[in-house]
Design a protein around this ligand. Sequence first.
Ligand SMILES: Nc1nc2c(ncn2[C@@H]2O[C@H](COP(=O)(O)OP(=O)(O)OP(=O)(O)O)[C@@H](O)[C@H]2O)c(=O)[nH]1
Length: 147
Amino acid sequence: MCLQDTAGQERYRTITTAYYRGAMGFLLMYDITSQESFCAVQDWATQIKTYSWGNAQVVLVGNKLDLEEDRQVPTEDAHRLASELGFQFFEASAKDNINVKQVFDKLVDVICEKMSESVNGDSSPSANQNEASLKETPSSSPGGCAC
Ligand SMILES: Nc1nc2c(ncn2[C@@H]2O[C@H](COP(=O)(O)OP(=O)(O)OP(=O)(O)O)[C@@H](O)[C@H]2O)c(=O)[nH]1
């Protein structure tokens, strides 16, 4: 398994999209103490849908669960957005090692499920199909985000 950590900053966006092609899965992370980072999730999802292979799987992860007292993003909002986008969803803390293993296990699981569906002829992975796994942009403003 090869893991790439792409830069989250806007100015590196053109570079990071080059890494999307060929990726079988994505961990799309936001910070539960930052509404701004959550508001960017929809944009990242669109980027992934545009530049990745059609069968790429995504797990949405709200990080910094150890900072519950500073939470700005309600779990329900993120859960709703993940459902709308067709993503798995976890809250985690890299700092306190909460749900870190589970996040990676889930991503590998969903990738393997998709691969076995492909082998069984339910879908075929090919570059830039983009329609197989990633749902279209939700019609309404996702997750009550005010951005
Ligand atoms: N409290 C807490 N802080 C964290 C956690 N994960 C990361 N941080 C801190 O958040 C800051 C940003 O972490 P990074 O790993 O640089 O975040 P990033 O999203 O990779 O940043 P980019 O390089 O812009 O993509 C650092 O100060 C980390 O120490 C966490 O689970 N809990």
